[in-house]
Design a protein around this ligand. Structure first.
Ligand code: MSP
Length: 478
């Protein structure tokens, strides 16, 4: 994955305009699984997530809820954090872009550097702005006069703004991506962005008149303007590390990021605008951008606009967070859209968790405890090559396949050798068999660590204490 002893990983920062759905939970869980795997590899990981608060979409949602913006934000962000804690997201920092101490000085310093490079120009501009995208869009993007992604008519804006001269960085960004100095994973997304770069990047409006937007960071030396929300939001990746603050220790230690995890809809902001900003400011580029696909529900992108969202809290309440993590890891490929419905979730839960791993663990421990067999003290922690390779290529679902193959092998072993019967005729042989099965279960538990941390810890404790689970790990649901 990456050399060195540190590993800096980020999620996108989420708009607190509603509670998070399973699509958002995916970005975060995928990042958490990678962060945990890297910790197992001995890396010192810094894991950042947060909320993108200075956005029109948030102000609008607060108004609709009849609440004052900051009250609304605090409430929704508390819900984000509650969800992340239930999902066992092991983040080191949760940044809020409304937090002046944590974020604003870094964002302003970045702005100042871009200004110093001569890359801002005041221009009067008119165009169509989609609040859902938080970006200008063109006539040709519209379907029946509406933004098709957000099903709304864009605003017509005529303003004087600071423009960031992004176009001049096109060639430089393209070269860095082509040479692999900055990796974009998977290859299809790399090709997609190279095609966009081939057509050339356009300059971007980077500010809004302060009297037209109620939230946002004032532009240094020009209080009549506020920062464009994407400029503000992207800066979080370095402001969170103390860039531009009195204490840049984390920045010096962890930047450049090892990987930015993002969804495919925000690739152009990251591989275009963000890289341009860093190049302009003379800062190192991130090493990798990992672009995941979408969770669909009933074949369509899960989104609030389409009204097909599944609430992660509901699934967690019913099946537990480990089951949610499991589904996302095994049944959603990072690189292809993957479907999730409540019916399918239940099927998978019963088939693969209750009957699969849950059943195996209780069967093996029952045989071990009743026959007085303990796990051998000498067992080595070697992860199968296929498992590590899958992780190294971010193919988390393939890593799960390695684990589930091992579970099936162990099941088959029990079926073929029937140690619970053999114990009557050849106890020595049967006990050897049970000991081997205990080691298998232990290996499975070790591989589960990044994916299902609590299940992994529970199994390891049961093995150590040589006892059966008091309750089934995954009780069947009818
Ligand atoms: N605030 C911006 C990101 C700024 S990063 C500097 C944003 N926020 S968002 O809340 O709209 O989306 C956050 C992430 O959730 C994005 O990576 C997006 O791709 C992801 N998802 C939203 N719906 C999704 C699915 N249905 N499936 C998978 N991920 C999806 O964009």
């Amino acid at each position: 994955m990456s050399e060195g002893t540190t590993f800096y990983i980020t999620t996108p920062i989420f708009y607190p305009n509603a509670n998070l759905h399973m699509g958002h939970a995916y970005s975060t869980t995928l990042s958490d699984i990678i962060a945990r795997y890297q910790r197992l590899q001995g890396k010192e990981v810094y894991f950042l997530t947060g909320a993108d608060e200075n956005a029109g979409t948030v102000v609008r949602a607060a108004k609709k809820a009849g609440q004052e913006t900051y009250m609304y934000l605090d409430h929704i962000v508390a819900n984000f954090k509650d969800l992340f804690s239930k999902l066992e997201i092991s983040y080191d920092q949760f940044i809020r872009t409304s937090d002046e101490t944590a974020h604003w000085s870094g964002a302003k310093e970045l702005w100042n550097r871009i200004a110093k490079a001569g890359d801002f120009e005041k221009r009067s501009y008119e165009g169509l702005y989609c609040v859902g995208h938080e970006s200008f869009i063109t006539e040709k993007d519209l379907v029946d006069g509406k933004c098709p992604d957000h099903n709304e008519v864009p605003q017509f804006l005529k303003e004087e703004n600071y423009f960031f001269k992004l176009s001049k960085y096109t060639a430089n960004i393209k070269e860095k991506i082509e040479k692999g100095e900055l990796e974009i994973v998977p290859q299809t997304r790399k090709n997609e962005i190279l095609a966009l770069l081939e057509r050339g990047l356009e300059d971007v409006s980077f500010s809004r008149p302060a009297d037209k937007v109620s939230v946002g960071i004032p532009i240094p030396n020009d209080p009549t303007q506020k920062m464009y929300v994407w400029c503000d939001a992207l800066a979080n990746y370095i402001s969170a590390l103390g860039f531009g603050s009195g204490d840049p220790t984390l920045y010096e230690k962890f930047w450049p990021a090892d990987v930015h995890v993002i969804g495919k809809d925000i690739l152009r902001f990251h591989a275009g605008i963000w890289l341009g900003m860093l190049l302009s400011a003379g800062l190192p580029l991130p090493k990798k951008i990992l672009v995941h696909s979408f969770i669909t529900s009933g074949g369509k992108k899960m989104s609030k606009t389409l009204g097909n969202v599944i609430d992660p809290q509901q699934l967690i309440g019913e099946y537990g967070s480990e089951a949610v993590r499991y589904y996302l890891a095994r049944h959603i490929s990072p690189f292809e859209d993957g479907d999730l419905t409540v019916e399918r979730f239940k099927e998978v839960y019963n088939g693969e968790l209750a009957n699969g791993i849950g059943n195996l663990v209780s069967r093996v421990l029952k045989m071990a405890v009743t026959n007085g067999v303990a796990i051998p003290t000498e067992h080595h922690e070697i992860l199968p090559l296929q498992y590590s390779e899958a992780f190294d290529h971010y193919k988390i679902n393939d890593a799960c396949e390695v684990i589930w193959r091992k579970i099936q092998e162990a099941d088959k072993h029990i079926q073929d050798k029937q140690p619970f019967k053999l114990i009557k005729t050849n106890p020595e042989e049967a006990k050897k068999d049970i000991a081997l099965l205990l080691v298998d279960v232990w290996k499975i538990a070790v591989m589960l660590e990044p994916l299902m941390p609590s299940t992994s810890a529970t199994i390891q404790t049961l093995l150590k204490e040589n006892r059966m689970p008091e309750n089934p790990l995954f009780p069947r649901k009818d």
